[in-house]
Ligand binder design. Structure first.
Ligand SMILES: CC(C)(COP(=O)(O)OP(=O)(O)OC[C@H]1O[C@@H](n2cnc3c(N)ncnc32)[C@H](O)[C@@H]1OP(=O)(O)O)[C@@H](O)C(=O)NCCC(=O)NCCS
Length: 178
């Protein structure tokens, strides 16, 4: 059973089939999926893709979490994920996707932070990765803000990673600095 998370402004709960239409509507915005290949313009394939992801068992402590503002709990903002890379692995990928109305407020970073703590804590993962298109400046910035650093380029993506030791060291440093 996946945990829920609360941050200063957000509430994250495991994504369910009830979020299907919201997820489809979000993906149909071409700005949202600009840097992400997928079956977004084929309604049947799109529905099958998300349904398969919703039904998949990614293993203990892994999955998708839907994001809501605590002061507007009915409005789907988007999701964050922690799953085997491209749903295959063996690396564990962290990712984020928000509706355009939710961009630019720091929500993606705020939603991703508890997932990092969860990844290195309860989930016991040693390293998280992200593959981001080099032109996707907002996503790269989110990755950097939560501590990931670029490891290499492999077209069409730039690859990022964060190790548990580096996360723990950064945490110690920030605690010492306070
Ligand atoms: C990527 C995404 C999740 C970011 O969501 P968000 O809530 O706006 O992100 P945040 O506000 O937490 O952080 C975004 C950062 O990028 C910066 N940013 C945004 N657009 C930018 C741009 N065009 N160029 C440079 N920096 C940019 C913001 O200023 C902010 O950095 P700052 O806090 O240092 O000022 C959102 O844009 C999105 O859903 N995009 C479409 C889906 C997607 O591409 N997902 C990632 C696939 S790898």
């Amino acid at each position: 059973m996946l945990p829920t998370f609360e941050t200063e402004r957000l509430f994250l709960r495991p994504r369910t089939m009830a979020d299907l239409e919201d997820c489809m509507a979000m993906d149909r915005d071409p700005e949202v999926t600009r840097f992400i290949p997928g079956p977004w313009t084929n309604p049947d394939a799109h529905r099958r893709f998300i349904t398969a992801r919703m039904e998949a068992d990614f293993g203990p402590d892994l999955g998708y979490w839907s994001i809501f503002a605590r002061d507007q709990p009915q409005r789907f903002l988007g999701w964050v994920l922690l799953i085997p890379d491209d749903a295959v692995g063996p690396d564990i990928e962290i990712g984020w996707r928000l509706n355009r109305h939710a961009w630019g407020k720091g929500y993606a970073t705020e939603a991703a932070r508890p997932l990092v703590v969860h990844a290195f804590g309860q989930a016991g993962i040693k390293r998280i990765v992200a593959a981001i298109h080099p032109d996707n400046a907002a996503s790269i910035r989110v990755a950097q803000k939560i501590g990931l650093t670029a490891t290499h380029d492999g077209a069409p993506y730039r690859y990022f990673a964060l190790n548990r030791e580096d996360f723990a060291a950064a945490l110690m440093t920030s605690q010492t600095a306070v």
